[in-house]
Write a protein that binds this ligand. Sequence first.
Ligand code: PSU
Ligand code: MN
Length: 310
Amino acid sequence: MHDRLSLTSEVADALAQRRPVVALESTVIAHGMPYPKNLDTARSLEALIRAEGAVPATIAVLDGKIRVGLDDDALERLASGDRAGGKAVMKLSRRDLPVALATGAPGATTVAATMIAARLAGIAVFATGGLGGVHRGAETSFDVSADLDELARTSVCVVCAGAKSILDLPKTLEVLETRGVPVLGLGTDEFPAFYSRNSGLPVSHRCDNVTEVAAILRAKWDLGLEGGVVLANPIPEADALDGAAMEEAIAQALADAEAHGITGKSVTPHLLAALERITAGRSLTANMALIRHNAVVAARLAVAFAALPA
Ligand code: PSU
Ligand code: MN
């Protein structure tokens, strides 16, 4: 195993025995949800994955190592913004990983950085809430998440509820198409829009169960086609928010970010916090529901994938 990684014995044993493992990111915990709901969510994701017969591996950087699998102390540290240690938790994408490793600063991993760590550890399936993507106005700001380039190059399947329309969803899908990333819809022909089930935009292929998804992953990687796969899993009907009302809230959140002159890596956390205020917490409740659903689906996919001949 890579000496920059530190695996819990539970994760190491599962991987050595080719049992199913699901990676989880930590930026959504540290920078995407408020304390202590973020901590409750992080714990519940792990429990849901275990209940499906897979092993959860939440990923973050602590004390100069990429930790794959976190104990409760580590989760608490990330969720609370390292209250005890008193060091700000960095938001780590590909470019930031080496800085956190070399300086020893605590860091939460984005989709991009979690994919890198999962790949190094040998974990094929990863559950999150929403992908980063092409921001609205990217034609002038050039703000395109490094998540998209990571999906183009790193062989991990990312289970998500699509991407929220704080992003430019048509442009996000165009970039994924250009970079050769399959966007599979689980039980849907449409790319889901995070808080709502529909965006009006097509996925590249619809799958009706995780066995089909596992076979596509196997075929892609058997061919030597390096790179990720997006499995888009719509938010459950009962938890979905009204698409038009959310568009209104998103417009307000974008105006708020603009008024505060927010740029770079602060944009996504700022928009998420603004949305939570504007919707009086309904965006947060929906976010917690969809990420739980994604954890369950990812665990089932990891079980199906582990059952295939290598
Ligand atoms: N989208 C969400 N919630 C999140 C994120 C994205 O709905 O918490 C996080 C993920 O960790 C994602 C990152 O990888 O934000 C993207 O940040 P950026 O746009 O700065 O690349
Ligand atoms: Mn960005």
